[in-house]
Design a protein around this ligand. Structure first.
Ligand code: MRU
Length: 331
């Protein structure tokens, strides 16, 4: 199992995902500021992993704050470091709701570590439920990275794939490269390679063609926030995949823990989409590839619930009608 978020005595150790797959280097976050920088630069990323880092971030904020006011200001900044992944504020709030004072650092550690451990267990349950939709010999398409690196250490969409592999199903994974930051080509492919799970990276734009010629049996992605009607925010390009999947009769699944559901979002319209620096699109590894024009860089999109075959959670697979069944599972 990849250990990529480690809480030490006075700092948080994080595997810098921007350097993967070429370099495996850890950074040390000793302040809320360095942690926020790490989140915003995607050194740590993926909704459940952000939730865990946010929970540990409360510990870091407690260690460096001299007054409650300072502590609360830092915690608020951590909570808002990235807007789309609901797990981030969820993780922060969960720690805050379990303490009585901003100096209660030991209690914070305990809660944050539990959140981390619990996430891995929940991912494994997602894997158990999800692997049933995978047949021996299937080719699975996934987008972005919803693996160990994006979670506490096992994965949601990749957790399903891992479990199917552990059960000796002969599968092949197509990993969308996931422009502009290539989480699929760099991170998903790296994770699968580490475990010898057969994987091919494809350009994002190849997915439709491969579905059309029958090369893809099922699509599984993660989620950053799921609204109460099932509309799902995930990495930009997910919506396109879902439409292509419907057109080509390929089942399209989302895999996510219940912490990704947002009771305050009635539909996808309520979800804030993060827009990132245009340089991520205009440049590739420091070299400008685009002509002298501006770019637009939405980091996420919304997949309307009508395009989703099922949502795989740690409590089972949610099928339509989503509004009714999500309410039921969250009770
Ligand atoms: O911008 P990122 O890399 O944080 O985006 C991550 C994704 O979109 C993941 O697919 C999502 O968080 C699910 S992670 C289990």
């Amino acid at each position: 199992m990849i250990e990529h978020i480690i809480l030490c005595e006075d700092h948080l150790k994080i595997l810098d995902q921007t350097l993967l797959p070429h370099e495996k280097k850890y950074i040390e976050c000793r302040t809320a500021e360095t942690l926020i920088e790490a989140m915003q630069s995607l050194r740590i990323r993926g909704a459940p992993a952000l939730g865990i880092a946010g929970a540990y971030g409360v510990v870091i904020a407690s260690l460096e704050s001299r007054t409650e006011k300072e502590f609360l200001e830092r915690v608020e900044k951590i909570k808002n470091a990235r807007p789309t992944a609901v797990n981030l504020s969820w993780g922060v709030e969960k720690v805050l709701s379990g303490i009585e004072s901003y100096k209660n650092t030991e209690k914070m550690r305990e809660i944050a570590k539990d959140i981390h451990k619990d996430d891995v267990q929940r991912n494994k349950k997602i894997g158990e439920y999800g692997e049933k939709i995978i047949n021996d010999g299937d080719s699975i398409l996934t987008h972005c990275n919803a693996g160990a690196l994006a979670t506490g250490g096992y994965g949601t969409a990749l957790g399903v794939i891992r479990t199917a592999w552990e059960k000796n199903k002969k599968i092949t994974v197509f990993a969308d490269e996931t422009r502009p930051l290539c989480q699929g080509a760099r991170l998903t492919a790296w994770e699968l390679r580490e475990e010898n799970i057969p994987c091919k990276v494809i350009p994002d734009s190849a997915a439709g063609f491969l579905m059309h010629i029958g090369e893809i049996d099922v699509v599984i992605t993660g989620a950053d926030r799921i609204a109460m009607n099932g509309d799902t925010a995930n990495k930009i390009g997910t919506y396109t995949l879902s439409v292509l999947a419907k057109e080509n009769n390929v089942p399209f699944y989302i895999a996510a823990p219940l912490s990704t559901f947002d009771r305050n979002s009635i539909s996808g319209k309520d979800i804030k989409i993060e827009y990132r620096d245009e340089k991520e699109v205009l440049y590739f590894y420091g070299k400008r590839v685009a002509a002298d024009v501006p770019a637009l860089n939405p980091a996420f999109d919304i997949t309307p619930h009508e395009y989703i075959t099922g949502i795989i959670t740690e409590k089972g697979i949610i099928s339509p009608p989503y509004e009714k069944n999500i309410k039921e599972i969250l009770k």
